[in-house]
Design a protein around this ligand. Structure first.
Ligand SMILES: Nc1nc2c(c(=O)[nH]1)N[C@H]1C(S)=C(S)[C@@H](COP(=O)(O)OP(=O)(O)OC[C@H]3O[C@@H](n4cnc5c(=O)[nH]c(N)nc54)[C@H](O)[C@@H]3O)O[C@H]1N2
Ligand SMILES: Nc1nc2c(c(=O)[nH]1)N[C@H]1C(S)=C(S)[C@@H](COP(=O)(O)OP(=O)(O)OC[C@H]3O[C@@H](n4cnc5c(=O)[nH]c(N)nc54)[C@H](O)[C@@H]3O)O[C@H]1N2
Ligand SMILES: [Mo]
Length: 713
């Protein structure tokens, strides 16, 4: 195809009428890719990775390669709609934007008059991670309204709290520098599915002689291709880290100079790790003591070395302590000194956008309204009083599919007296429970300022096509709602362009010289940040040092150094429960979906196969289960049917179910999250999606065709 590359400010057209425009992937993913979008006659005809972007390197993931299928999906919500049948029936009719806004404003006023504004709960997460559409005008609106605040904990809260307690900021090495590493430890991160642009960086490092070690209970593709795969029992990594530090301290494999200059509490840490000889860590984790010794030596001898840690391992009831323990390792050994070395869970602290200006918390009434933890949505909707939640406003999220303890969430959403508004691009499981559904634009139809929680480029996304139907961006929706509610503060009129200027205005040294004008010309600009941010200390903790001992933790009643506590649901944590439900089920990211996003697309569902559970051969044999069989997976919270795949995916007693399928595509109309717990993590109030005990048994498949030798016949 003959194409012309767009040259700002004017676009040029190729001979066949195709214009290539730049956009930025909006999804909640490490990679935040730069996209080339081929547009013909106002319609997207093809999407590709931008070859000029140093991290995207000309290719996109399997999900966004066909992004046009999502934009033009028959599931797109194109007009405002109101419910006409009973709650959950999915019966809606088209209404005008005027009617929708008036209905919402009238209902909000009535609720505020009777219950107070705290009876209104916004519910949003990261349908897009764009600075504007993730959190700006929406926050202003709910702050001014005095609605209950939402604690957005569903993804990363435990890890964030842990990082902050040790190093003070969500910051680590520049991933592009990891090509220099001699050792990369991918610890609880799926580097081939969740973070696909990390993979070529790892491969380049390996070509230069580096080793890849994967620590993950799931033997996913990257684990199979690693130099060494260690498979701990789920939720036991803090014990592994303590065992590793025991060996490092015992052998004197520590950087005394770094420890003295830049850390605090080494003496307390030394005493703590003395209690964790590798044999003890081995008994907890299932990783042989010899392997723990070997890994400690490999780490000490490999410079630069990096712990590339993921969010998977902090989605356990003890996830905060786990990240805390791991985060201490590079300070002990001085790996922070090297370019490309240290610890990286999140780089989102590397930008310094002005979120106060964007979100305007000063618009909140005083005292500020109550805060509700988003992972406890079911409880909030069914148990809260004083006031009860009477209105739920959902955007950027699909809680009917993604929130834990789904039965409770659905019980809440089905309340006839709950007024639910959902602003969505696609008619999701959550839309079914709405009173009003509003149409949202996709990234190709809206403006945003993009950052990444992994790489270090600020990027600008501008619309490449006109909005479909009557869809509007989140920012415009909340401008309209502010008008309907009669809010007169000038900040409710700020345009998207003004919002971007405000976001860049905080005076952060990282953003020096980065302006909207430059972004329009250059599209992506790297932040000004030292490559090795902690080579000479400079941590963002209260002491300015790595805090092995944290008074803040002691104040929370936690071990001020760190301790391993068994996951709340595990043989050690709850023996009685484990006797009934002997399998530890983890539910990590599916390769072809992004949380529940993309799971509506037939191409992605086909490639993903069926809602699956990977079982170890020993567990399968004990239950007469073979690959391809349908099984019932259940615990006290609920039950789902999944198709079994039997193999060396995990150790005995551990099962894996890649997530998240939409409930409507599940055999019994409910999703994997009927099994998951809404119990918050030890730090940060985060989600414990991977701490679940279940039982598994052969069952009747969705097509009713049972196996010839099925004992349940
Ligand atoms: N294809 C795809 N990409 C995605 C997503 C997706 O759904 N699909 N989701 C996006 C989002 S929102 C996020 S937050 C990131 C998440 O990216 P990741 O951090 O990779 O998150 P998960 O896939 O939940 O878990 C990562 C790994 O942690 C492992 N794990 C689970 N429990 C433990 C444990 O106790 N110890 C150890 N060592 N490992 C454990 C899982 O088996 C999994 O392989 O990815 C983003 N990218
Ligand atoms: N069992 C289990 N559950 C999990 C996880 C797991 O690993 N296992 N992972 C958890 C994690 S890491 C996360 S981050 C959460 C994710 O939970 P969510 O943030 O709810 O993520 P998605 O499922 O991607 O749903 C986002 C929705 O936002 C919509 N959307 C996208 N862009 C826009 C926009 O600009 N405006 C509006 N109004 N809507 C938009 C999309 O169409 C989509 O339906 O799920 C969590 N749930
Ligand atoms: Mo996430």
């Amino acid at each position: 195809m003959a194409v012309s590359r767009e040259t700002r400010p004017e676009s040029r057209r190729g001979a066949d009428g195709v214009v290539v425009k730049r956009a930025v992937c909006p999804h909640d993913c490490w990679d935040t890719c730069s996209m080339l979008v081929h547009v013909k006659d106002g319609r997207v005809v093809r999407v590709m990775g931008d070859p000029d972007h140093p991290v995207t390197r000309g290719y996109l993931c399997v999900k966004t390669n066909h992004y046009e299928e999502r934009v033009y999906s028959p599931d797109r919500v194109l007009y405002p709609m109101k419910r006409t049948g009973p709650k959950g029936s999915g019966q809606f009719e088209r209404i005008s934007w005027d009617e929708a806004l008036t209905t919402i404003a009238d209902r909000f006023r009535a609720i505020i008059a009777q219950y107070g504004a705290e009876a209104i709960l916004p519910y949003s997460y990261a349908g897009t991670i764009g600075t504007l559409q993730y959190g700006s005008m929406d926050r202003r609106f709910f702050h001014r309204l005095g609605a209950s605040q939402l604690d957005r904990t569903i993804c990363s809260a435990a890890g964030e709290a842990a990082i902050k307690s040790v190093i003070g900021a969500k910051m680590g090495p520049d991933p592009e520098d990891m090509v220099h590493a001699r050792l990369i430890v991918a610890w609880g991160v799926n580097v081939t599915s969740s973070n696909p642009h990390q993979w070529p960086i790892i491969q380049e490092a390996r070509r230069r002689g580096a080793k890849l070690v994967v620590i993950d209970p799931y033997r996913y593709k990257g684990a199979r291709e690693a130099d060494w795969h260690l498979s701990p029992r789920p939720g036991t990594d803090a014990a592994l880290a303590l065992g590793l530090m025991h060996v490092l301290v015992r052998e004197g494999w520590i950087d005394r100079d770094y420890v003295e200059r830049y850390t605090e509490g080494f003496e307390q840490l030394r005493r703590k790790v003395a209690e964790w000889p590798p044999e003890r860590a081995a008994a907890v984790t299932g990783i042989p003591a010899g392997d723990i010794e070997r890994l400690a030596r490999l780490w000490w001898e490999s410079r630069p070395g990096v712990l590339r840690v993921g969010y998977g391992l902090q989605r356990h009831t003890n996830g905060g302590s786990t990240v805390r323990a791991i985060c201490m390792i590079p300070a002990l050994t001085g790996h922070w000194r090297d370019r490309g070395g240290g610890f990286l869970l999140s780089n989102s602290g590397s930008y310094g956008l002005n979120s106060f200006a964007l979100r305007r918390p000063d618009l909140m009434p005083s005292p500020p309204p109550r805060t509700i933890n988003m992972i406890e949505l079911g409880k909030a909707l069914t148990e809260l009083t004083d006031p009860p939640v009477m209105a739920l406003f959902v955007y950027n999220s699909n809680p009917a599919s993604v929130a834990p303890n789904q039965s409770k969430v659905l019980a809440g959403l089905s309340r006839e007296d709950l007024f639910t508004v959902v602003h969505e691009q696609l008619f999701t499981d959550t839309c079914r429970w709405a009173d009003i559904v509003l149409p949202a634009t996709t990234q190709f139809e809206q403006t945003d300022l993009m950052t990444s929680y992994w790489h270090l480029y600020v990027q600008l996304n501008e619309p490449v096509i006109e909005p479909l139907g009557e869809a509007v961006p989140n920012t415009e929706l909340f401008r309209r709602l502010a008008r309907a509610m009669g809010f007169t503060e000038p900040c409710f009129q700020d345009s998207d362009e003004e919002l971007i200027r405000q976001a860049l205005s905080g005076g952060s040294p990282f953003l020096e010289g980065i302006t909207l004008e430059r972004l329009r010309q250059e599209r992506f600009i790297k932040v000004s940040r030292p490559a090795a941010p902690f080579a000479e200390g400079g941590f963002a903790t209260p002491s300015g040092k790595v805090e092995f001992y944290s008074q803040a933790l002691a104040d929370l009643g936690l071990d001020p150094v760190v301790e391993y506590t068994p996951p709340a649901e595990s043989a050690d944590g709850s023996p009685e429960l484990a006797a009934r439900y002997p399998i530890a089920l983890i539910t990590p990211a599916a390769h072809h979906f992004l949380n529940s996003t993309f799971a509506n697309l037939p191409r992605m569902r086909e490639r993903e196969g069926a809602p699956t559970i990977f079982l170890n051969p020993a567990d399968a044999a004990a239950r007469n289960i073979r690959s391809g069989d349908w099984v019932r997976v259940f615990n006290d919270r609920g039950s789902v049917r999944l198709q079994a795949q039997v193999g060396d995916w995990s150790q005995p007693g551990v099962a894996v179910s890649p997530s998240i399928w939409w409930s409507r595509h599940m055999p019994d109309g409910v999703g994997i999250n009927v099994l998951t717990t809404d119990r918050p993590t030890d730090m940060g109030g985060g989600a414990s999606f991977h701490t679940n005990l279940v039982q598994v048994e052969l069952c009747v498949p969705p097509d009713g065709q049972v196996r010839d030798d099925d004992p349940s016949r």
